[in-house]
Each structure stands twice: as C-alpha cells, then as structure tokens.
Design a protein around this ligand. Structure first.
Ligand code: TXA
Ligand code: MG
Length: 326
C-alpha cells in the first residue's frame, strides 16, 4: 500500500508534474484540509467522465469546481448575491463550498445537468498550489469529488486513497501525498441561489459563522427538505458507510469496535478505534477509524456521538448516515 506506484510527495516539481497530468486529461488525487479529492480538468469532458468511472458514481451527481482565487468566481458562476460575495471574501480559502447559478463555460458534465455550480477555494497550501499551477497552464480549474468509491467513507490520507482507488487508476494518474487532512469531514455546502444562504451539508463552517459573515439569517429549510430540489449525493440517506455495521450510542461489547471521546472509557475486550479529546479531533480521526474497523474486519462499530454544536453537528450528520448502512 505504501509503495503504491501512484503515490508521490508534494514537492514543487511534483505539483507542476501533476498540473501537466491534469492538462493531459489524467486524474490527480490531492489533499485538501477537509478530505482528499480526485481531480480532473473541469473543462475536459473525457477527463471528468473518468472521475465518474473511477468512483463508480452516477453521472447526475454534480462535482465541485476547485478554484485558487476569488478572481475566478465570475468565470464559473453568475448572478452571485451580495451575501455570496461576503462568504467568499471572509471564509475562503477554507472548508466551504458555495452553490451559484452557473456561467456559460460550466457545462452539464460538471453540474449533473443542473443550472447551478458548486465552487470551493480550499485552504490546504498543496491543494492551492496545484490548482493555481493548473489554472496557469489551462484556463480551467480542478473538478474534484472526494477520492472514494461512491457511497464509501471519504479518504483523509493518501494511503487511504491508494487502497481504495488504485485498482481503477491508470499509469498516468497520480496521488499527491500531503499527509493527514486537518479538518477530516467534507466542506460545508451552502446554497447561494436563494434570498438567504441555506446549508445543504453541514461541515466545519457553521450556521453561526455564516450568519456572522453575511449579517443575514440562514434559510431555515433543513438539508433534508433541500435535497428534494437539489441533488447532493452526500445527502443520500445511506452514505459514508464502512463495511462494518455502525451503531450509535450504545454500550459496546467484547470484540466490537468503539469510537468515542477520550473521557469515555473502553469496556473490557472492546477494540478502541479512536479516543479524540475534543470535537475537532473527533472529526479528524473519524474516517480513518472507520477504515481501521474494516481493515481489522470488525463486524460492528459502536460510536458515541459528540453532543456539542460547531463541528459536532457535521459529525452527527455523517454518523447518522453511516449508521443507515448500505
Ligand atoms: O470537502 C469537500 O467538499 C471535498 C473536497 C475534495 O473538496 N469534496 C467533496 O466532493 O466532498 P463530493 O463530490 O464528494 O461531494 C460534494 C457534494 C456532492 O454531494 C454534490 O452532489 C454536491 O456537493 N454538489 C456539487 N455541486 C452541486 C450543485 N451545483 N448543486 C448541489 N449540490 C452540489
Ligand atoms: Mg463524497
């Protein structure tokens, strides 16, 4: 796994090489602060088609276009409301995806046929360097979903990407290794096509942060209602699922995996998969712990949900979906 032919460190040379690979229509998996992405040239339909093949993802699920600067916003989006500008200026680069009406160049093969586009400027310096380098040589940007097979747990290390996708990659594709992701759950997705911002997928950027940045209220439609109009694949009920059965908030018994805050002790014979000291650490450790459960071929994983606000809301959102199973 660690000697995967696709893996390489993120030196400046490698980043340039990766940008050239994108330009040639190949795929490049890369780290972001949230989870690893599987990138392709957002203006190359054949390259984007390969993302769907490698992920095994239905083609009507839209992709996020990753850009390096706010100057690129008008290129991909149109009709951007003032609160959208405020969010972009105050929170990007960061773990937030904004949905706008699309522009001329944003085609159906990116948006899944919808008239909107998801955009994100990630804060991870390696991600930013790759996107900027690619923009320089291409007049395009990097379309990227999370680098996992459809419905599975998102990868937070390059090794996890390699274990999951190597069988589907070809020799010109690359996986850039930037170490473990610092946030650990996917970006907050905010619909910016209405009068008020509306959260479609919770993440590290919370309702409070959005209200503070925009000075206006959040549309109170829950993400569940929102999905009846807008397709967000991460909002399918069953998602983020390991092979092991995930059960929430019950006492684990011997032989079962267990993920909980460090203050909660491990009962005898139980296999502790993570002991995060706070909610931020919980988010960072969760997906790797779920993967570890499958590597150890555990049948069941018990998870004590964190109770707080902040990123705990995003953690609970993912846990509830993981617990729905496949
Ligand atoms: O943190 C993240 O957002 C990571 C990193 C790699 O940036 N990306 C990610 O991508 O999680 P993905 O494709 O696994 O999840 C993005 C979600 C999908 O559920 C997709 O349906 C939704 O964003 N999405 C993308 N464009 C959209 C649009 N125009 N309207 C509604 N939902 C959209
Ligand atoms: Mg995903």
């Amino acid at each position: 796994m660690s000697n995967s032919p696709f893996l390489s460190n993120c030196t400046a040379d490698k980043i340039r090489e990766a940008a050239v690979a994108l330009k040639a229509g190949h795929l490049v998996a890369f780290p972001t602060e949230t989870v690893y992405g599987l990138g392709a040239d957002a203006r190359n339909p054949d390259a984007v088609k390969r993302i769907y093949e490698v992920k095994g993802r239905p083609t009507d699920h839209p992709l996020i276009v990753h850009i390096s600067s706010i100057n690129q916003l008008d290129k991909w989006a149109s009709a951007i409301p003032d609160y959208g500008i405020a969010l972009a200026r105050k929170i990007w680069p960061g773990p937030m995806t904004l949905i706008f009406k699309r522009s001329e160049i944003t085609k159906d093969f990116i948006t899944g046929g919808q008239d909107t586009v998801g955009l994100r400027i990630p804060s991870d310096p390696l991600a930013l360097a790759l996107i900027a380098e690619f923009e320089k040589i291409s007049d395009s940007a990097v379309a990227a979903p999370s680098a996992n097979r459809f419905g599975q747990v998102s990868p937070t290390t390059a090794q996890a990407v390699s274990a999951e996708l190597s069988a589907y990659l070809t020799e010109d594709d690359l996986i850039l290794d930037g170490g473990a992701c610092v946030v650990g759950v996917e970006s907050t997705i905010i619909d910016c096509t209405g009068k008020n911002p509306r959260i479609l997928r919770p993440g590290a950027i919370t309702e409070e942060v959005i209200a503070e940045a925009t000075g206006i209220g959040i549309s109170s439609v829950t993400s569940k209602d929102a999905t009846s109009e807008i397709r967000v694949s991460g909002s399918l009920e069953s998602h983020y699922s390991p092979i092991a059965i995930v059960l929430l908030d019950q006492l684990p018994i011997a032989g079962e995996g267990f993920i909980a805050l460090a203050e909660i002790p491990t009962p005898k014979g139980v296999i502790r998969l993570a002991s995060p000291r706070n909610d931020e650490e919980f988010a960072r450790a969760l997906y790797a712990a779920l993967r570890a459960a499958d590597e150890q071929e555990l049948q069941r994983v018990i998870i004590s949900q964190p109770h707080g606000n902040g990123i705990a809301i995003a953690i609970r959102d993912r846990l509830i979906r993981a617990a729905k199973g496949r």
